[in-house]
Design a protein around this ligand. Structure first.
Ligand SMILES: Cc1cc2nc3c(=O)[nH]c(=O)nc-3n(C[C@H](O)[C@H](O)[C@H](O)COP(=O)(O)OP(=O)(O)OC[C@H]3O[C@@H](n4cnc5c(N)ncnc54)[C@H](O)[C@@H]3O)c2cc1C
Ligand code: SF4
Ligand code: SF4
Ligand code: SF4
Length: 457
């Protein structure tokens, strides 16, 4: 049960790198905020710094940098090469099994974002001694809303990591806290798993041996200022808020609503529509050109059961991608940590609306090149679809990407928040005439189609 994840079909080759240090990656808008570069810098020249808009980027101390180029070699920002068999769809990845899963422990399921399957798998790995530590993402209740990675060594730390944090976290950087002999399970978003893959290829990061990669499905995160704006729209002053849960299941169950922990100890709830309404405008620009919604380089990927199952307790869907992942799921089930029901992989993938994601990815990559930026390359190719997405639809992607870039380049926190609010208003104004026209068109068509029937009655 301790086999590391080394299935060749799921590995990626070292891509062609045009960047000498990660400073070029950041300047080109390609940084995904993963944190991998900080782990390999033996000169300790890199620290992660938050931008005014709440993105996390490496800052290089030029006095310490020896220009060895190692940070750029492990950086997934400019893209990466996958070594998939030709039959494997780049956007789906390899799928061996699909499961509807939930933690057998009621407390882990309740604390989980979906069905607590990730919490159950990591708890099993630690308690069974298959790994010594688990890299997970926590968000302290200090009012600063800073998500970051930790190396969890007990169930209490794992429990702190449960639930999704919709803001950037340089979780890969936590691997620097591992001991040289540690066997580690890593939980992360697709961009984190890309960083881990390149780290392992370059020779494992100091001390870490990542034995299992448990990935999350990811359809974008929010820039850090998105969280400040959510508190504001919920009618709360930032100084009164100590913590946020983006999808709290306590009151109405899965999928959960926004909740804020107040300095007074009370909890204030707000509808999820606030987060959905902000998502388009607070999306980090780099997420727009991210191909990997389905975390294709993980051993197991977990997501919400969209289009598959509904339960207020919540379920997770699991796609198993490697032999190591398959063995882990089987062992966790056998040892009473995970409840499972087999699913058709195609059903899970369809529930994640992958076709729409692929179309958007092509359109945003096209918009990205139009903004005179070099897009990330997958397998050495820039996936720019030159046909389609003309007219109004292509225009929408250009406008939204432009607003995301504008917000992300704010000069201060205040200025970024102002840009966020202004962009949203401006986009709504641009689309108002289009919405009125389409509403009128719908009414006219409805009137035309109903009038002959009325006559015949
Ligand atoms: C930004 C983001 C976008 C997502 N988008 C989708 C989506 O489009 N469709 C979908 O089906 N599912 C999506 N998910 C995954 C989903 O929200 C659940 O995380 C997943 O179903 C697992 O639930 P669980 O109950 O099994 O996990 P839990 O037991 O709650 O464990 C959650 C794990 O996720 C890790 N985690 C939480 N936030 C982060 C973060 N920001 N970065 C790295 N690791 C983190 C924690 O460390 C923890 O180990 C997204 C998650 C995130 C964080
Ligand atoms: S390794 Fe990650 S954090 Fe560092 S520059 Fe590249 S994408 Fe950004
Ligand atoms: S080039 Fe080398 S020394 Fe300079 S920041 Fe990158 S890893 Fe560190
Ligand atoms: S969309 Fe891609 S780049 Fe953005 S957070 Fe998700 S995995 Fe990372």
């Amino acid at each position: 049960m301790t086999e590391p994840s080394s299935a060749p079909v799921n590995s990626c080759a070292k891509p062609h790198r045009e960047h000498s240090t990660v400073a070029d990656v950041v300047a080109g808008g390609l940084c995904t905020c993963c944190g991998a570069c900080t782990v390999v810098c033996s000169s300790r020249a890199i620290g992660m710094k938050e931008t005014p808009a709440g993105l996390l980027h490496p800052a290089i101390d030029q006095a310490l940098c020896t220009e060895c180029g190692r940070c750029a070699r492990v950086c997934p920002g400019p893209g990466l090469d996958l070594r998939f068999d030709e039959s494997v769809d780049l956007f789906h990845g390899v799928v061996l099994d699909a499961w509807l899963a939930s933690a057998s422990s009621t407390s882990i399921r309740e604390a989980g974002q979906s069905g607590g399957a990730v919490g159950a798998l990591t708890t099993f790995l630690l308690e069974s001694g298959n790994v010594d530590a688990c890299a997970t993402t926590v968000m302290p209740d200090d009012g600063a809303f800073h998500a970051h990675g930790i190396i969890a060594r007990d169930c209490e730390d794992l429990s702190r990591g449960q639930k999704s944090k919709y803001r950037p976290s340089a979780t890969v950087a936590a691997l620097a806290d591992c001991a040289p002999t540690d066997r580690v399970a890593f939980v992360g978003l697709p961009c984190h798993i890309h960083g881990v893959e390149l780290l392992c290829r370059d020779s494992a990061p100091p001390g870490a041996r990542v034995s299992f990669r448990i990935g999350l499905v990811c359809d974008r995160t929010l820039m850090g200022i998105g969280t400040d704006q959510l508190a504001r729209e919920a009618g709360l002053a930032k100084e009164d808020v100590r913590g946020i849960t983006y999808r709290d299941k306590k009151r109405f169950g899965w999928p959960g609503e926004l909740s804020f922990r107040l300095a007074s100890g009370a909890t204030s709830y707000a509808p999820s529509t606030l987060r959905f309404g902000l998502k388009e405008y607070a999306t980090p620009p780099r997420c727009r050109v991210c191909f990997d919604k389905m975390n294709v380089l993980s051993d197991i990927v977990a997501g919400d059961p969209w289009g598959v199952a509904e339960s207020s307790d919540g379920y997770s869907v699991l796609l198993v991608r490697t032999a190591a992942g398959r063995q882990l799921v089987a062992e966790a089930h056998k040892n009473g940590y995970l409840d499972l029901e087999r699913l058709e992989p195609a059903r899970v993938i369809a529930g994640q609306l992958i076709e729409g994601h692929v179309a958007e990815y092509h359109a945003y990559t096209r918009a990205w090149t139009r903004a005179k930026l070099a897009p990330p390359a997958v397998n050495g190719l820039h996936h720019v679809q030159l046909q389609g997405w003309q007219g109004l639809r292509g225009m929408r992607q250009r406008i939204l990407l432009w607003t995301n870039l504008y917000v992300s380049r704010g000069r201060s926190r205040r200025n970024s928040l102002w840009r966020l609010r202004m962009s949203r208003r401006a986009v709504k104004c641009i689309y108002l005439p289009a919405r009125i026209a389409s509403g009128l068109r719908r009414r006219i068509l409805k009137a035309l189609s109903s009038s002959p029937r009325k006559k015949s009655q």
